[in-house]
Design a binder for this molecule. Structure first.
Ligand SMILES: Nc1ncnc2c1ncn2[C@@H]1O[C@H](COP(=O)(O)OP(=O)(O)O)[C@@H](O)[C@H]1O
Ligand SMILES: [Mg+2]
Length: 321
């Protein structure tokens, strides 16, 4: 478990993290999303002890990350693998040697049978056993990130930290890398903390997410709740288009969860015997479920009846201004 409690961090006069708190449970895939400069990378660097902070506490399984005890910090860092946007592979080493590097750093014999098996198993897991003697320059971006993932796992970490791990990849490769992370989470039980500015990443794999802006957590929750029915601040981040709504009548947005399986819209039209038009609709995938929202336009005089009906059938709604 990673517990971040009231963490504040400045760079000189610049306050970069302001009273940040969040708890990441074991075996969870947790996302931190926000625009560039929000403080995401800094927070991640504080979690793995690359960066110190001024106040608050970060605990990994109950033990504080503290720069003063370098030996303890090194042991804690061993339990956290990390991957980055630009892969950070060593160009002169082969794929195999890159994956073996953390072992070398820890004085583990990389030639032992156990080590060789470990490295080859990881290369198999990421689908690159055929490329073990290749250099990073001979690989695509997606393949390089796979090498980095294997390297991050070679010391059997409990936690994998990902800093914009898919931001340099195209959408199809991004989906493949995210599926691989999901597989690693499920098969190996590794907790994954994902930092990203990409909504697709959070939607595809994160069970919970925090929105970070200017070093502050704006909102925390399940992605499907935060994105489908966003609070005002999150809406600004999502940049939802609302300018195209009709000026006549009343526009009502309806929010559907995976529990909504009745044909609410047609039922409502029948039950209330009223006319309305569908202005805008979207369906989105979140991990394995589909969530959606729909904007309908109704006559002003029908507003009360419609809202009462929606409450009765348990659909959440918002009147758009
Ligand atoms: N080493 C540093 N020295 C001074 N300012 C920094 C340093 N690292 C990051 N910052 C500043 O901290 C803020 C947050 O940066 P960062 O954590 O990289 O954000 P993000 O990863 O969300 O884009 C930015 O204003 C950035 O300029
Ligand atoms: Mg960053």
């Amino acid at each position: 478990m990673i517990e971040i409690k009231n963490v504040c961090k400045n760079f000189g006069d610049l306050s970069v993290l302001k009273d940040i708190s969040m708890t990441i449970k074991d075996k969870e895939i947790y996302g931190i999303i926000g625009q560039s400069g929000a403080g995401k990378s800094t927070l991640l660097r504080c979690v793995n002890g690359l960066e110190d902070y001024q106040s608050g506490e970060i605990l990994i399984d109950g033990v504080a990350i503290n720069q003063k005890d370098k030996n303890l910090l090194r042991q804690q860092q061993k339990q956290m693998g990390m991957i980055f946007q630009n892969f950070n592979l060593l160009k002169r080493l082969t794929v195999y040697e890159n994956v073996a590097l953390p072992m070398k750093f820890w004085g583990i014999d990389t030639k032992s049978e156990a080590s060789q098996k470990k490295i080859m198993d990881l290369l198999k897991l990421v689908g690159l056993e055929q490329k073990k003697d290749a250099r990073p320059s001979e690989l695509s971006g997606g393949q390089q990130q796979r090498v980095a993932i294997a390297r991050a796992l070679v010391l059997d970490p409990k936690i994998l930290l990902c800093d914009e791990a898919t931001s340099a990849l195209d959408p199809a490769i991004t989906r493949e890398i995210l599926s691989l992370l999901q597989e690693i989470n499920q098969k190996m039980g590794i907790t994954i903390l994902v930092v990203t500015h990409q909504m697709e990443v959070v939607k595809q794999i994160c069970e919970r997410v925090s929105f970070l802006r200017n070093g502050t957590v704006l909102a925390e929750g399940k992605p499907e709740e935060l994105f489908v029915h966003p609070i005002k601040e999150v809406k600004a981040f999502l940049q939802e288009e609302s300018a195209l709504l009709p000026h006549e009548g009343v526009n009502i947005q309806l929010f559907f969860t995976d529990k909504t399986d009745e044909p609410i819209i047609t039922m409502m039209a029948r039950d209330l015997n009223i006319d309305f038009s569908i202005v805008w609709a979207k369906l989105e995938d979140f991990r394995s479920s589909v969530y959606g929202s729909l904007v309908i336009n109704i006559k002003k005089e029908d507003q009360y009846t419609v809202l009462e009906y929606l409450d009765k059938v348990g659909v959440s709604w918002e009147v758009l201004k």
